[in-house]
Ligand binder design. Structure first.
Ligand code: AMP
Length: 189
């Protein structure tokens, strides 16, 4: 089963991906994690992406599509994938379809975790305060911008999947266990 885990920043995608990895042995492809690793390693990709990331803007489609295609080509047999943070634009969604088609695998579900935006601010502020690894894009001003980017670029992409009957929404305002239970029920439908 191959899925996209979708939702605004702070919705709990990383936590839910961790549960799916532990319970179903899924392979987690998080473009945010890959980009942060590239920045930390000082690669060319990291250098190109850093400014956009720090400002809460989207990194260019070309860079993102190349990066995820490169990652997928490393394990040609992978067919139990969670995409987290990708696609974020319609162009990326179309490129992902082509990648799946050329590998002969299907996209089975797009799980959207929805949350109230005031709660998102509290979560991000909490993450910035408590985390040992403070992310350079975890603060209220940048979050506002990231949410705006989400509404402008990413949320409008959802009908692309809804029209194909792939979209399921989970209320992310509930406890981690309840959210993961709902996701499991959707995946087992
Ligand atoms: P995330 O951890 O998924 O919230 O990603 C952190 C940052 O990485 C985002 O705010 C963007 O700057 C960049 N990024 C991650 N994934 C993508 C993507 N699919 N398209 C464009 N930019 C991305």
């Amino acid at each position: 089963m191959n899925i996209i885990l979708h939702g605004p920043p702070g919705a709990g995608k990383g936590t839910q991906a961790g549960i799916l990895i532990a319970e179903r042995g899924m392979i987690h492809l998080s473009t945010g994690d890959m980009l942060r690793a590239a920045v930390a390693a000082g690669t060319e990709l990291g250098k190109k992406a850093k400014a956009s990331m720090d400002e809460g803007k989207l990194v260019s489609d070309d860079l993102m599509i190349d990066m995820i295609a490169g990652e997928m080509s490393q394990d040609k047999n992978a067919n139990n994938i969670i995409l987290d943070g990708f696609p974020r634009t319609l162009r990326q969604a179309e490129a992902l379809d082509e990648m799946f088609e050329s590998r002969g695998i299907t996209l089975d579900k797009v799980v959207v975790i929805t949350v109230d935006e005031t709660v998102l601010f509290a979560r991000i502020e909490n993450r910035a305060t408590l985390s040992n690894v403070v992310r350079s894009d975890d603060n209220a001003d940048i979050l506002k911008h990231r949410l705006q980017v989400y509404h402008e670029n990413t949320a409008p992409m959802l009908p692309y999947y809804d029209n194909r009957g792939l979209l399921v929404c989970v209320d992310g305002m509930q406890s981690v266990d309840i959210v993961s239970g709902h996701i499991a029920a959707f995946l087992d439908e």
